[in-house]
Design a protein around this ligand. Structure first.
Ligand code: ADP
Ligand code: ASP
Ligand code: MG
Length: 537
């Protein structure tokens, strides 16, 4: 009780210091220029309804001029690469609290490339080598650099010893099942939260580290790609309401969870985003913040197109499609919990916190194209009926064959007598399944490798405009479209091209839709069409 009081006082004190630093002034200038004002709680020109909303938010500090929002903040490996970055994020959390951010929870991924390094350590153990030196150095260096104390050092050393023992077991047994892999990678997040909590406490932000199962993150037993149990959100809500000191920031492991038998599971690569949205939705927080190393969701992968620009807002549906079709910035199903509860998700840059980032929320204005994304290394499969079966029989046989082989398809186009579809690398027809044999009983099957999917997240009520531009550009550059599909979600149009033409294709399209530098003259809607579009509800 006493501790809780001290923590609450400390948080209130923190919020009162640094109130209007130049940092906050900068935030205001840039947000009015770049963010959607309606959604940016730091924007002074916010609408009246937003003021009412603000007035209803609980304030824990005396200066009511700074509005508080209850958030969950998530930091990925790209934000936590080394000791310096752990410190930077801790200072960022502290300054965000001063600006009115009230994080109920901070979700952390493993430091830097730790998850990949743990997976590699597993492979090495199978080959007979057990070595955790690099991981030990990375984590202990951070503790040394900030003198985070003997207690933390012992805790991290104990986890590293447990990891080493586990790897010795793998070496001996020559076995690394999906269940063991989940246990193996869990060490990354278990170490990073303890270090983040220690650094926060050291700089005066009361914080406590939690393994996510202790705050109610329960999943099924699908190791490697587990699904959060429907009962989990209510458990999480109760634990936050009854057991977690509101004056303390809970630092929670992303990505990992427990199954009902208490075994460690993972939510799939990049799963910390989903941990954050699950907590944010369960506790009905005001905003879910996903902090990365880029200024939000960009019009295209910035590593592929240097001219990529940040997008100020996208709808939940658009963000989900972007992630599903390969934008490596968000976990594909992370949007779902936030979408159900209509809680805005903001993608921000931990290296550039003044930038307002991207807000993901309900659909608003229609843009011709919101973003371009791609998936490389896919297989295109053309399945043509040998007409042994009628149209119904043919399609149902094709889909049953995919179901039997448990292969999920990305893009599909069909007619009565043929189906073309794509499978990604992980689900190729050669991955030991019966698919081709089953299909060949009723169809001719052609498998084409080295293809890529380009997906335009676009306003599909304006498909003709989009397609006119795309095809003229492709024709001019001699890029052949091998298949075309418009998603049922009404936000995506996908093209299959040769993988070696992908970068050119995307660069030319990006120049048209985002850089005002198109190879062709963009088709222009007539004034009547513009008028109709503006005034049609
Ligand atoms: P973290 O693991 O820290 O959560 P990720 O590395 O998973 O972050 O995601 C951020 C990276 O995603 C960026 O560094 C960027 O290179 C890449 N990326 C790919 N496509 C996009 C896109 N459309 N918008 C923003 N970033 C993208
Ligand atoms: N550390 C995990 C990964 O690298 C989870 C995450 O970063 O979200 O996939
Ligand atoms: Mg990630």
């Amino acid at each position: 009780m006493k501790l809780r009081l001290i923590h609450t006082l400390l948080l209130a004190l923190l919020a009162n210091t640094n109130a209007f630093t130049p940092h906050s002034a900068l935030l205001k200038v840039s947000s009015s220029l770049l963010a959607t004002p309606k959604d940016d709680l730091s924007d002074p020109s916010a609408s009246e309804s937003l003021s009412n909303y603000r007035a209803s938010l609980p304030l824990t500090r005396s200066d009511s001029s700074i509005q508080q929002k209850r958030t969950v903040m998530k930091f990925g490996g790209s934000s936590l690469a080394d000791a310096g970055r752990i410190d930077h994020v801790a200072q960022l959390i502290k300054s965000q609290i001063a600006l009115g951010n009230r994080p109920a929870a901070v979700v952390c991924s493993a430091m830097g490339k730790t998850t990949n390094n743990l997976l590699n350590a597993g492979d090495f153990a199978l080959e007979g080598r057990v070595n955790v030196d690099a991981l030990r150095t990375l984590h202990l260096q951070t503790i040394e650099e900030f003198q985070l104390g003997e207690h933390l050092k012992n805790e991290i050393n104990a986890l590293l010893d447990e990891l080493e023992n586990m790897l010795s077991g793998v070496k001996l047994l020559q076995e690394l099942s999906p269940r063991s892999l989940d246990m193996l990678v869990s060490f990354g997040e278990r170490m990073s939260v303890r270090m983040m909590a220690a650094r926060l406490n050291q700089i005066g932000v009361p914080a406590e580290a939690y393994d996510s199962w202790n705050i109610g993150m329960l999943t099924d037993s699908n190791f490697g790609d587990a699904t959060v149990l429907p009962s989990a959100p209510e458990t999480i809500r109760k634990i936050f309401a009854d057991k977690i000191d509101p004056g303390t920031v809970a630092i929670v492991t992303g990505f990992i969870a427990h199954d009902p038998n208490g075994k460690i599971t993972t939510l799939g690569r990049g799963g910390s985003d989903l941990t954050a949205t699950t907590i944010g939705a369960a506790c009905e927080l005001d905003e879910i913040q996903v902090w990365k190393d880029v200024d939000g969701i960009m019009s295209c992968d910035p590593r592929m197109v240097p001219g990529a620009v940040p997008i100020s807002s996208v709808s939940f549906e658009e963000a989900a499609e972007l992630a599903y079709f390969g934008a490596k910035v968000l976990h594909p199903i992370a949007m779902m919990p936030a979408m159900r509860k209509r809680i805005p998700v903001r993608v921000k840059n931990s290296y550039n916190p003044e930038h307002p980032g991207t807000v993901i929320k309900n659909r608003e204005e229609g843009r011709l194209v919101t973003a371009i994304t791609c998936k490389r290394d896919v297989q295109l499969i053309d399945i043509s009926s040998t007409r042994m079966l009628g149209a119904y029989g043919f399609l149902s046989t094709v889909f049953s064959a995919f179901e039997k082989s448990k292969l999920s398809v990305d893009v599909l186009a069909s007619s009565e007598v043929s189906v073309s579809l794509t499978l990604d690398k992980k689900h190729s027809v050669y991955s030991g399944h019966q698919l081709c044999d089953d299909l060949r009983e009723v169809a001719d099957v052609k498998v084409k490798n080295n293809k890529a999917i380009i997906t335009l997240i676009a306003d599909v009520s304006r498909t003709s405009e989009v397609l006119a531009t795309v095809f003229q550009v492709f024709m001019r550059q001699g890029i052949e479209v091998e298949m075309l599909s418009q998603g049922a979600s009404k936000v995506n149009i996908s093209f299959i091209v040769k993988d070696d033409e992908l970068v050119d294709a995307i660069t030319f399209l990006h120049a048209c839709f985002f850089e005002d530098n198109c190879l062709i003259e963009m088709p222009c809607p007539s004034p009547e069409e513009e008028y109709a579009r503006e005034f049609t509800p």
